[in-house]
Write a protein that binds this ligand. Structure first.
Ligand code: MN
Length: 159
């Protein structure tokens, strides 16, 4: 049987269990040791040569957090499960399933789970993108000028 597809990805993929899909590997969030994060997995749902973007599903275990970072590319995020505190720029908000989060270019951002459920989200991103930047001491000092952000960075809930 001939396959005319420019990609090996199946047109249709069903979930194998909640938040896991046929043919989608559960990967480490980042290369180990490249940036500070805790208890995060990554699944790439869509990444094709003919798409300008990628759609990924990230899952953060209870007590975990994503990397505090910024970059020139943006993210469109939709929360699918669990709850978290989310930092975007100088704003900290609680997020829950079906919430949408826009992370504009060069905004500091991080998710920290709340409660004892895993927190999972879809993240849309440019396929061609710059590497994330991590905060230096001056950046952290600037972030801490906002009390809610300082509390968030200390693992407290300022909401
Ligand atoms: Mn990011």
């Amino acid at each position: 049987m001939r396959d005319d597809s420019p990609t090996r990805t199946s047109r249709f993929r069903a979930p194998t269990e909640p938040f896991r899909w046929q043919g989608v590997d559960v990967l480490a969030y980042k290369e180990e040791g490249s940036a500070p994060f805790k208890a995060v997995s990554r699944q790439v749902l869509f990444s094709e040569p003919f798409l300008a973007g990628e759609l990924r599903y990230f899952e953060v275990a209870p007590g975990g957090h994503t990397t505090l970072e910024r970059h020139e590319h943006a993210h469109g995020v939709m929360i699918l499960r669990g709850e978290a505190l989310c930092l975007v720029g100088e704003t900290v908000r609680r997020v829950a399933p079906n919430d949408l989060v826009l992370i504009p270019p060069m905004s500091w951002h991080q998710f920290r789970t709340r409660g004892d459920e895993p927190m999972g989200f879809l993240c849309m991103v440019n396929a061609d993108r710059d590497r994330p930047q991590l905060p230096d001491n001056d950046d952290l000092y600037g972030l801490r000028a906002t009390p809610a952000v300082a509390a968030f960075l200390d693992g407290q809930d300022p909401t």
